[in-house]
Design a protein around this ligand. Structure first.
Ligand code: GLV
Ligand code: MN
Ligand code: MN
Length: 423
């Protein structure tokens, strides 16, 4: 039987859409978004729902010590490495219904479709809902994927989230086990390949009118904490020329961050996403401000150049405003390339479905870029309407969602017929 005969028709479109709608209802916000922060009660409920779907798809379900929810099915060849499909189901605050959730639910639908057609793969199959991709409550982000790749920083279990809860306790809430984290790691030879289906979260595919994206590379990111220390004082009595206002200086830092990408072009993207002001009262001149900054680029050198430029700007602002500005780089992901053979595999799967594809880089981060440390990775994108993501307006047309899942199904079968050798 040819690959094409094995996969027509594709996945069950109605069932996939039903599952996407049901998961989106867990943590739904009044303005149409979803808040399902990692480790929250909503995340726990969402994971239980996804675990049930995995079991219904005939997968053996477990949670690894790093909190990853994993459904597996052995292949015909007991010695064969596993083909891993996955993404995440946690969201940002008031995010969308598709970021991550789509990739997990489509992968489960692919596994279920194969089981229903009686297709047994030669290789083992695993579907993974990675734990805490988004960095819920100020955690490092892609926590589960780091555990999966054996790349968690030492002492991570004792690191506190922004509420003061240790990561070890967070993991326990979702069935993980900080004492056994090394057991979550897969060895390089264990994984034949990793494929992740995701909404694009940008507008390239929509503008080109192309339904399938073949991801070439994934941008890296560096998070930076910037602390500005001035002098708190009375807002009514302190004259305007005797102030060391930490928030005014922080505002200059925010503009400098923007300029590093927008005007100076040192790096592709630069964002200040958080700001906490102390003591935080109307009638007190701010004495201390903490900013959360991140830079993104497909080049690690440009990330370093942005850090150096920010340090320079911080020095200039400190001198001009009479404050101290401390710049501390934090979590970092390196830019990675998708495996060229898996890119070809995805393009071939799209062709087989009669769908055009376009090759593009990913500006967003993905679990795939961490899994890349232990496996060849490939990613499939589908269009995001208006390029909107990490916001309630995130939307992808149902036919695009279904086509993406069909391409994933074809890619799995093509892979099984001609595995991409690691090397
Ligand atoms: C992941 O969601 C990212 O922020 O890129
Ligand atoms: Mn996201
Ligand atoms: Mn995502």
């Amino acid at each position: 039987m040819t690959v094409t005969e094995r996969v027509r028709p594709g996945v069950d479109a109605g069932r996939l859409m039903e599952h996407i709608t049901a998961l989106a209802a867990i943590g739904a916000t009044p303005d149409g978004g979803v808040t399902r922060l990692a480790f929250s009660p909503e995340d726990v409920e969402g994971r239980a729902y996804v675990a049930r779907l995995m079991a219904e798809a005939g997968l053996a379900v477990r949670v690894d010590p790093a909190g990853n929810l994993i459904g597996t099915r052995p292949g015909i060849d007991p010695g064969a490495a596993t083909l891993v499909l996955g993404s995440h189901i946690d969201t940002v605050v008031n995010g969308g219904a598709y970021d991550g959730a789509y990739g997990v639910l489509a992968a489960i639908e692919v596994a279920r479709t194969l089981a229903e057609r009686g297709v047994r793969l030669a290789c083992g199959l695993a579907v993974v809902a990675f734990c805490d991709e988004e960095g819920g409550h100020g955690t490092m982000g892609m926590l589960g994927a780091h555990g999966f790749a054996g790349a968690l920083p030492p002492g991570i279990a004792k690191v506190l989230d922004e509420r003061g809860v240790p990561v070890g306790d967070l993991l326990a809430a979702v069935g993980g086990d900080a004492e056994r984290l090394p057991e979550a790691a897969w060895a390089p030879g264990d994984i034949a390949a990793y494929l992740e289906l995701h909404v694009e979260q940008g507008d390239v595919l929509e503008r080109r009118g192309v339904p399938i994206g073949v991801v070439e590379s994934i941008a890296g990111r560096v998070n930076v904490s910037v602390t500005v220390e001035g002098v708190a004082g009375h807002a009514g009595t302190t004259s305007m020329d005797h102030r060391s206002d930490a928030l005014v200086a922080a505002a200059r830092v925010v503009l400098a961050v923007r300029a590093i990408a927008a005007e100076e072009g040192v790096v592709l993207r630069a964002t200040t996403g958080t700001c906490s002001v102390g003591p935080g009262m109307w009638n007190v001149i701010p004495g201390r401000v903490r900013l959360g900054v991140e830079f993104r680029d497909v080049s690690a050198d440009r990330l370093d150049a942005a850090l150096a430029r920010l340090a320079g700007a911080a020095g200039e602002i400190a001198a001009a405003d009479g404050v101290t500005v401390t710049v501390e780089p934090g979590a970092r992901t390196t830019p990675v390339a998708c495996d060229p053979r898996l890119r070809d595999l995805v393009a071939g799967a799209a062709r087989e479905r009669g769908l055009d594809c376009h090759h593009l880089p990913s500006g967003a981060g993905h679990d795939a870029q961490i899994v890349a440390r232990v496996a060849p990775i490939g990613m499939i994108f589908v269009p995001s309407e208006g390029g909107i993501s990490h916001a309630p307006g995130e939307h992808t047309a149902p036919h695009h969602l279904v086509w993406g899942a069909d391409v994933l199904l074809s890619a799995v079968l093509r892979f099984d017929e001609a595995p991409v050798a690691r090397g």
